[in-house]
Design a binder for this molecule. Structure first.
Ligand SMILES: Cc1cc2nc3c(=O)[nH]c(=O)nc-3n(C[C@H](O)[C@H](O)[C@H](O)COP(=O)(O)OP(=O)(O)OC[C@H]3O[C@@H](n4cnc5c(N)ncnc54)[C@H](O)[C@@H]3O)c2cc1C
Length: 494
């Protein structure tokens, strides 16, 4: 059976390793970092166990599908808790609402903001469900030709669901311009590194997935998923080598020969799958003579997603008045998003995502302590911000807001802390421009058929998996990506 090398032990790389090993391929995963996981990594220090990247798990059925494909049951191996509510949304004026999957409870919350808005909420959820149904047809498939995307039926459905319109404007229309509700039901595109002011209305399918399909938390945190995949990979004979950065993908006469590591070691394989960022793979791992799918100029012209600043805190107290997941929206949300995506400057009043996983799982911290994760989206490194100077400023802004919304004496209770800056993604996972959630943004011209293909057109045996090929950014999407690249390889190599 063919030998396969997977560059990168991110979630997509690991899911592909499991699927292909189950089909009998001989798999070696080579990972640059000392621990698998990539953007889904973990900090384990001073008794705190803190997810470093993703904290929100939606579309759990997609994770279950990876396990089903290898004859396992995800729910037998990992203990999931459904979050209820999914999020608390804090506004600048010290008010908040809770977003529930239960529609009756959700309706009660929106009525608190504006009387009569429940009916419009149901309209919004109904149309978002149609977008979800339509969107999944484009998400869960391989692409070979433009007609896979642009056919009369698909276009008619796109227009009938108004998916081609602007996301923020459309959501705002449903809620008759109520600013708080428009924010609360449109921010989800940020998870794809895309401003709701620029995104297609199609992306309210993410809002639907979050609210209607439920949000889950694996006991032990998101990194439990990585640990379990690594365990399964070991049982299935997959070799995972950490501290093994790849220097070059070896290609001869249009065919993959294997990889060369930074230490000069060569490993042979008929198939190489890069889970590293695709633009980085073309720029750094493929010798100039072999690069034909994407020229340097073409890579430069691509649109790159945003980055972020994260503060991880351990505090010596617990909270009964907070939720596991929250969002804080700055007053001038548009100015905040324009700073990130347009002017590429440091936001003056950053919005942020707050996660306190110890609310659900106290074992993630020493007894009587809480773990706090605060993620503020930021411009990527093309902004040229000096992060040595900027990080302390953002840190203080975030602590000020946390003291306002959750604990006035928070600073005096911090017993452990770490931070993560845009430059860290560049250094740790070779993220082009330090992009956080994924490298390529999700505008129309970088989605589905237009997103880079998971198969090289010019090099036989070279494939891609993960956030920079289709379907795109986010844990569920990279699991689907693993399924799609496996289908391709089984078609072509079995
Ligand atoms: C802060 C943050 C919050 C997020 N929140 C969420 C969320 O709540 N929900 C959600 O669903 N998604 C979220 N995401 C997105 C999600 O984490 C990613 O889209 C997903 O994990 C990407 O997985 P991947 O398989 O594409 O690869 P990556 O995680 O990007 O992994 C690629 C791997 O390749 C390795 N690599 C790179 N170059 C080399 C080389 N030369 N040699 C060897 N190895 C190499 C890297 O070290 C890395 O391990 C978040 C991401 C971040 C960063």
């Amino acid at each position: 059976m063919s030998k396969v090398i997977i560059i990168g032990a991110g979630m997509g790389g690991l899911a592909t390793a499991l699927r292909l090993a189950y089909q009998g391929f001989e798999i070696t995963v080579v990972e640059k970092q000392s621990r698998p996981g990539g953007r889904s990594n973990v900090l384990m220090e001073n008794g705190f166990r803190m997810d470093m990247g993703p904290t929100i798990l939606v579309m759990k059925d997609v994770f279950e599908d990876t396990y089903r494909a290898i004859g396992k049951d995800l729910n037998e191996r990992i203990d999931f808790v459904q979050l209820d509510p999914n999020y608390r949304v804090y506004f600048h004026d010290d008010t908040y609402i809770d977003l529930y999957s239960n529609m009756a409870k959700l309706a009660r919350e929106v009525e608190k903001v504006e009387r009569g808005s429940a009916e419009r909420l149901f309209d919004f959820i109904g149309t978002s469900a149609k977008k979800y149904e339509l969107g999944m047809k484009f998400v869960d498939r391989n692409y070979d030709r433009i007609t896979d995307l642009a056919n009369p039926q698909a276009l008619a459905e796109l227009v009938s669901t108004k998916s081609h319109q602007n996301l923020y404007r459309q959501v705002s229309g449903f809620f008759r311009g109520n600013d708080k509700l428009a924010k609360a039901f449109s921010f989800h595109s940020m998870f794809l590194g895309l401003s709701p002011f620029d995104a297609l209305a199609m992306y309210s399918l993410i809002t639907y997935a979050d609210l209607a399909l439920g949000m889950w938390f694996p006991k032990g945190g998101i990194y439990r998923l990585i640990e379990d995949m690594v365990t399964l990979a070991g049982e299935m004979g997959v070799t995972i080598r950490t501290n093994a950065p790849v220097k070059e993908i070896r290609i001869h006469k249009g065919k993959v020969l294997g990889v060369e590591l930074e230490n000069g070691e060569q490993i042979d394989a008929e198939i190489v799958i890069s889970n590293a960022d695709l633009p980085y793979t073309y720029q750094k791992l493929i010798n100039g003579n072999a690069v034909r799918d994407y020229s340097e100029q073409k890579l430069d012209r691509m649109s790159y997603a945003c980055s972020g600043y994260i503060l991880y805190l351990g505090v010596d107290r617990t909270y009964s008045h907070v939720q596991h997941q929250s969002l804080y929206f700055s007053e001038d949300y548009k100015a905040n998003l324009d700073a990130i995506f347009k002017s590429k400057t440091l936001p003056k009043d950053p919005s942020f995502h707050l996660s306190i996983p110890t609310v659900t799982d106290p074992d993630l911290a020493p007894e009587g302590h809480s773990g706090i994760y605060v993620l503020a989206p930021m411009p990527n490194l093309s902004a040229g911000i000096n992060w040595e100077e900027a990080a302390p400023i953002v840190r203080e802004q975030l602590l000020d807001q946390l003291e306002r919304i959750i604990d006035p004496s928070l600073r005096s209770h911090i017993v452990w802390q770490r931070e993560y800056r845009p430059t860290d993604w560049e250094n740790d996972v070779n993220a082009v421009l330090g992009t956080a959630f994924g490298s390529l943004s999700h505008g129309f011209l970088q989605s589905s058929y237009f997103r880079p293909n998971n198969k090289s057109q010019h090099t036989q045996g070279l494939y891609f998996v993960g956030q920079s090929t289709y379907p795109g950014i986010g844990m569920p999407m990279v699991h689907i990506s693993a399924k799609l690249v496996t289908e391709r390889i089984l078609d072509e190599w079995h």
